[in-house]
Design a protein around this ligand. Structure first.
Ligand SMILES: Nc1ncnc2c1ncn2[C@@H]1O[C@H](COP(=O)(O)OP(=O)(O)OP(=O)(O)O)[C@@H](O)[C@H]1O
Ligand SMILES: Nc1ncnc2c1ncn2[C@@H]1O[C@H](COP(=O)(O)OP(=O)(O)OP(=O)(O)O)[C@@H](O)[C@H]1O
Ligand SMILES: [Mg+2]
Ligand SMILES: [Mg+2]
Lengths: 225, 225
């Protein structure tokens, strides 16, 4: 469902300095897998996830989603895939500051044309599932760090995507809340066959994964299948 | 060095909803201690740290820094204490986006009137101590999450504060980098007698603490001395 070939990404600072964040990544992720990606700070995890989530373009190399080479798609087609197929949990949540928690979770459904009654019902269910039923009308700056993170997780699940890419989804959660979030993702993975690719430092998340990939200095290693 | 009496903080949403984030906190932290504060997401940890760091005012109750009741101080005196006495690591770093990593660490020293040559030398030493000597001229948006977090830690240490308040300083770091940061803080605590109060979900940090305080629903419990 997700594949890359010799994926490379360079960042440029000024004109001289090149940061080779990804140095040739070859990845194959099959439908319904629950994969964890671990690696040191600065090793390229967010960069890789941004490529897979079609949020940024590689310097070179290929990305295939469901076997389709994404470099052949135009911007409209890419944003359709991002809206309906991929749920993305950002490392820093990227919630819309002027919207409440409920409205933030509704937003992807609004963009996908889901009728109002249904999207409110679904947004409430998702916020309940992440333990935030009492905080639906808080804006992001009226929520704690971990609460914002959970709104971002609920939002990523809004359109029932076939692939969820999560960048450190439990970084700001205590152990108990972390376990509840991992259990929720695992349940969706088993019940809906949703593919999960989770960047994490949390050993508890890695233990739930069917496969662990390690990234170091922009290169990928498989740890366990 | 830090004391609170019946500290309370209410947040208000619109006019009706009151969120009692802190419901009467009594805390005593002695000079040179290394204290960890644990607790579930949304329990009031950031709110408490913001009170201790004089970044926000309580609804009621007292705060004493070095025995001085801070409610008797004017804004100038408060900002002097914040600049010279307290180093604060924010949960979301709060780095200045237009400055490089080096300039961000220099900033507190610039405000405190430290000569340019000395503040550049010290800023470089601190960035080296957190493993970022190769990223000094990156701006925050040219750094990974964990790299930004480490710049924020280096910045909090810039003026050699007597108290460091850190809000989840290892949330976005892998285990190895986390250990290096904890070791750095422990070293500064032992060598300089700096008091550390660290909000964390990381068991590794809690294990290094001399004392663990638990916060739940806005109230404080002591776990181990
Ligand atoms: N500005 C605000 N307005 C309204 N409610 C707020 C505001 N800031 C925080 N809260 C609420 O106060 C409670 C405590 O928040 P706080 O940020 O202190 O929690 P925390 O322990 O740091 O959580 P986390 O571990 O998730 O960062 C939460 O329930 C949150 O929703
Ligand atoms: N916009 C950018 N410009 C320049 N360099 C960048 C940019 N974004 C990231 N980098 C660099 O690319 C490397 C990889 O960054 P990335 O954010 O992918 O790391 P990461 O594995 O997610 O780290 P963390 O676990 O700390 O979040 C880092 O060394 C970082 O400094
Ligand atoms: Mg990252
Ligand atoms: Mg917090």
């Amino acid at each position: 469902v997700l594949e890359t070939k010799e994926l490379k990404k360079n960042y440029y600072i000024g004109r001289k300095i090149v940061v080779p964040a990804l140095r040739g990544i070859n990845l194959k992720i099959y439908e319904g897998e629950f994969v964890a990606i671990l690696g040191p700070s600065g090793s390229g995890k967010t960069t890789l996830l941004n490529m897979l989530g079609l949020l940024d373009r590689p310097t070179s190399g290929k990305i295939y989603i469901d076997g389709v080479d994404v470099s052949n798609l135009n911007d409209n087609q890419l944003s359709e895939i991002r809206l309906r197929k991929i749920g993305f949990v950002f490392q820093y949540y990227n919630l819309v500051p002027i919207l409440t928690a409920l409205e933030n979770v509704e937003l992807p459904m609004t963009l996908a044309g889901v009728p109002k009654k249904e999207r409110i019902r679904r947004a409430k269910d998702l916020l309940k599932a992440v333990g935030l039923e009492k905080f639906m009308d808080h804006k992001p700056n009226e929520l704690s760090g971990g609460q914002q993170q959970r709104v971002a997780i609920a939002r990523a699940l809004a359109n029932n995507p076939s692939i969820v890419l999560a960048d450190e989804p439990t970084g700001n959660l205590d152990t108990q809340t972390s376990k509840e979030i991992i259990a929720l993702m695992k349940r969706i993975n088993i019940e809906n066959g949703t593919t999960f690719v989770i960047v994490t430092h949390d050993v508890e998340v890695a233990q739930e994964a069917g496969r662990i990939l390690q990234i170091r200095d922009g290169l990928l290693y498989e740890v366990r299948t």
